[in-house]
Ligand binder design. Structure first.
Ligand SMILES: [Fe+2]
Ligand SMILES: [Fe+2]
Length: 169
């Protein structure tokens, strides 16, 4: 595999694990304020990010590329109100989309069609991630300022169940 592409994918493992760590801290925040549905939503979100890390890990393994783990950064956000993680979450997903696009551009440059095919799934996934994050902000804006509305929204988010990624390597 092209060196630059392999290095970027290796770095992406760390970025996905960081995403999991960030979202686990969002879950941690919501647990502390008693919003167990929001906690559930972000716990599942963290699990999905670990899945993404494992997919990149497996992809490098499948291609006999070395995997080198770096330290995972401390979650970079400051607690505010119940909207803060949602805003930070959307911002973070947009950043991850830019990372995926950078890897895609490198794979395209290297004519690495195999990697491009794997990344196609991630491009689509990022579209969904941004939409989910953005929808959550909209719902919070609409219903979150009233106690009953917040209760209903929390109940809705509590019903989310984990689903394994549809990409199989
Ligand atoms: Fe991810
Ligand atoms: Fe994500």
């Amino acid at each position: 595999m092209d060196n630059k592409v392999a290095n970027l994918i290796n770095e992406q493992i760390n970025k996905e694990l960081y995403s999991a760590y960030l979202y686990l801290d969002f879950a941690n925040y919501y647990a502390a304020v008693g919003l167990d549905g929001f906690e559930n939503w972000y716990r599942i979100q963290a699990q999905e990010e670990r899945d993404h890390a494992m997919l990149f890990y497996q992809y490098l393994q499948n291609n006999s590329e070395p995997v080198v783990f770096a330290s995972v950064d401390k979650p970079d956000w400051t607690r505010g109100d119940n909207m803060t993680p949602l805003i930070k979450g959307l911002e973070h997903e947009k950043y991850v989309t830019s990372l995926i696009n950078t890897i895609y551009a490198a794979a395209y440059e290297a004519r690495d069609f195999r990697t491009m095919q794997v990344l196609d799934w991630f491009v689509k996934e990022q579209g969904e991630e941004e939409k989910n994050a953005s929808d959550l902000i909209t719902k919070m804006e609409l219903f979150g300022s009233d106690a009953k509305g917040l209760y209903m929204l929390n109940s809705e988010l509590k019903a989310r169940v984990y689903a394994a990624p549809s990409l199989v390597l």
